[in-house]
Design a protein around this ligand. Structure first.
Ligand SMILES: C[S@@+](CC[C@H](N)C(=O)[O-])C[C@H]1O[C@@H](n2cnc3c(N)ncnc32)[C@H](O)[C@@H]1O
Length: 272
């Protein structure tokens, strides 16, 4: 999915975000604006954690001394900063949503890694990099905007020899998910598959699947904890509860049907 958000697909483990800031709090707003207001200032926009980013980096293995990294769909930069700190390399943090890019820049400055980070407003389906110019492509919670297969195909030429792609993606843990889980996920991510199907697709497309890793529940808490707190604040400020409930629907769905789906990480290398 890509483009302008609609009220039904503004769920944020699967968001579409417009490039505009939300309206000031005293203005009327549609559901997409409410989504943006609720998501302003969150530390991350998808399940994940510093520990998981570090673990996935370990799973990648050896990289050049100062790897060239692209954080695709970086959001507010939770992975950008960790990657810069742990690798000593250079991270180009790419997103389409300006407020997130500004937050990522502030975060890099606060962490003392601003000189290792370039902030770039660009679309993940038209990344302005030369072929073979990246040692590591990183995409936490963003590849689904293009779709797993399309992302792998579009990004592969950017990798230098020996390079790797790490992404996390929502996927089914069962071939027969509950109607409640399907009703939430399918409209926003109709191509969502199981791990086995994603692994098979990656292998068929010429990738070695070096590792897969199902993100732990605590990584969902890292995302939903701050989101819940933000929704509670907006509720206390008197914003319309029905609209806030709609933003928080993914938290409710997770509580009811979390055994049916996961966020899974993939460490991939192009087969020679
Ligand atoms: C679920 S958020 C994940 C953000 C971040 N990686 C994280 O883990 O917090 C997906 C991100 O992809 C960005 N995005 C959506 N479509 C994009 C596109 N076509 N090109 C670049 N970024 C895009 C959104 O603005 C958002 O920041």
């Amino acid at each position: 999915m890509s483009g302008t958000p609609t009220e039904s697909d503004a769920g944020s483990a699967r968001p579409d975000l417009p490039a505009e800031a939300p309206p000031a709090p005293d203005q009327g707003r549609g559901q997409a604006d409410m989504f943006l207001l609720a998501h302003t200032g969150l530390p991350r926009e998808a399940p994940g954690s510093e520990a998981t980013t570090a673990l996935l980096l370990q799973l990648v293995g050896a990289l050049p001394a100062r790897p060239r990294i692209v954080d695709i769909g970086c959001g507010t930069g939770p992975a950008t900063v960790v990657l810069a700190q742990l690798t000593g390399g250079h991270v180009t943090a790419v997103d389409l949503y300006k407020p997130f890019l500004e937050a990522a820049a502030d975060r890099a400055t606060a962490a003392g890694v601003a000189d290792q980070v370039t902030i770039l407003e660009a679309s993940m389906d038209a990344l302005p990099f030369a072929p073979g110019s990246a040692d590591l492509l990183w995409a936490e919670g963003s590849a689904y905007f293009m779709g797993f297969d399309a992302a792998l195909a579009a990004w592969r030429p950017l990798l230098a020899p020996g390079g790797a792609l790490v992404l996390t993606d929502a996927e089914w843990l069962t071939p027969d998910p509950s109607p409640g889980a399907q009703a939430f996920w399918t409209p926003g991510y109709p191509a969502m598959r199981t791990t086995a199907a994603n692994v098979a697709a990656a292998q068929q497309a010429g990738w070695t699947v070096q590792a897969t890793y199902v993100l732990p529940d605590s990584d969902w808490d890292e995302y939903y904890g701050p989101l819940s707190a933000r929704l509670a604040t907006l509720r206390a400020e008197g914003l319309p509860p029905e609209q806030l409930d709609q933003v928080g629907e993914e938290i409710t769905i997770r509580a009811a049907h979390g055994n049916d789906y996961a966020y899974t990480a993939y460490v991939l290398r192009p087969r020679a």
